[in-house]
Design a protein around this ligand. Structure first.
Ligand code: PLP
Length: 377
């Protein structure tokens, strides 16, 4: 692991000063990559590290995956691609999923990024950039197989197929599409998208194809093509909702106790006094709030020694109040760390409490935490 890049990402908060500690297990990321790859026969496995590696540090994640032989990464934005390129060197392929915005072609080619081409207009802009530069530029062609989000419509694919000059100056390296319902294996859209993808790509250059995200890998061989593009599963999010999570957890979030107190029955707790104690209670206030990405609506719990400590009252910007009456008196003290995400309460469970998904929980996690990477050699 490259020391410089670690320092570059490490938010300069020492654990003593931080209100919370986010531990990111890079060995678990590597094991998750190995588990996904084991499900793919001939297909290769890329790593999706958009949104700063789902909030966990794109550079650290990419370097961990490279140690497993991963050589292809996907980001969403040109800026993400440029930062990643600076950190991981010239060799890996980096695709920009959202395409290259007009005017950003020079920045993109300067960092040797591969465009994901989502429309005929993007194709001609990329082709023109290649002409200006004087050499071919690499690109993935994304087709819309039924999600109606990004990618060329069938009519555009037909137009391309009819135009022998369509790919002038472009080296097509991948044909791809994205599944809308992969986390619902029984959803009829999966098969429909696969059939439509196979129909559309047959009209395009015979290059490697890519359809599966994390959950798509679990839909079986027919969805694997030549390259899988997992993100979530690498980070420990369950790619098979409703079934046991086949991935290892990657993140652990612990928050620090700032103060404890005893209150009598009938005490109003927190903003709006939305909670009033029904009995004499022991409370603890922890240094984590909605400004840290913990959603205000998420009525969850914290854990200490495996004991559940329910939230009481509203989540504040910088703090949450816990009812710690279940613990022996004096057991929890200022400076102690309680578990927010970890063995007692998984990422997917926390997401469920907030009415959201693990993806959003991870990408919302704030930057006031001390971030600790473990599993780095
Ligand atoms: C985000 C994304 C992925 C990764 O999806 P996961 O569900 O996180 O595995 C793959 N492909 C595309 C086009 C994406 O936008």
């Amino acid at each position: 692991m490259n020391k410089v890049s670690l320092e570059h990402r490490a938010v300069a908060l020492d654990p003593a000063a931080a209100g919370a500690i986010l531990t990111i297990d890079l060995e678990a990321v590597r094991e998750n990559y190995r588990r996904l790859r084991a499900r793919l026969d001939a297909a290769r496995c890329a790593g999706v590290v958009k949104a700063d590696g789902y909030g966990l540090g794109a550079v650290q994640i990419a370097q961990a995956l490279m140690a497993e032989g991963c050589d292809t990464f996907f980001v969403a934005h040109v800026g993400e691609g440029i930062s990643l390129r600076d950190a991981i060197g010239p060799k890996p392929t980096i695709y920009v999923l959202n395409g290259i915005p007009p005017g950003a072609e020079r920045d993109a080619t300067g960092s040797n990024l591969c465009a994901v081409i989502n429309s005929l207009d993007q194709l001609s802009a990329w082709s023109k950039a290649a002409r200006d530069i004087g050499h071919e530029l690499p690109a993935a062609i994304q087709v819309d197989s039924g999600m109606s989000r990004l990618g060329m419509a069938a009519s555009e694919v037909l137009a391309l197929a009819a135009d022998p000059q369509a790919f002038a100056n472009i080296e097509v390296t991948l044909v791809m599409s994205h599944l809308a319902c992969a986390d619902e294996p029984a959803h009829p859209a999966n098969k429909a998208q696969r059939i439509e993808f196979d129909r559309l790509r047959a009209m395009l250059p015979p290059v490697p194809a890519s359809l599966a995200n994390s959950s798509g890998i679990f839909l079986g061989n027919g969805f694997h093509h030549q390259l899988a593009r997992p993100g979530a599963a690498l980070y420990g999010i369950n790619p098979t909702p409703g079934l046991e999570n086949p991935m290892l957890p990657v993140v652990r979030l612990q928050a620090k106790v700032i103060q404890t107190r005893s209150v009598a029955a009938g005490a109003g707790v927190g903003y709006g006094h939305t909670a009033v104690t029904g009995r004499n209670s022991a409370l603890a206030t922890i240094s984590l709030g909605y400004a840290d990405g913990w959603r205000r609506r998420a009525a969850a719990s914290a854990y200490f020694d495996g004991v559940r400590l329910p939230f009481i009252g509203r989540v504040s910007m910088d703090s949450i109040i816990l009812d710690i009456s279940a613990l022996p008196e004096g057991r929890l003290r200022p400076g102690d760390m309680v578990e927010m995400i970890g063995p007692s309460q998984t990422l997917d469970e926390v997401a469920g409490f907030s009415g959201t998904i693990g993806y959003e929980v991870l990408t919302s996690l704030g930057h006031r935490f001390h971030r600790r990477y473990v599993g780095v050699e």
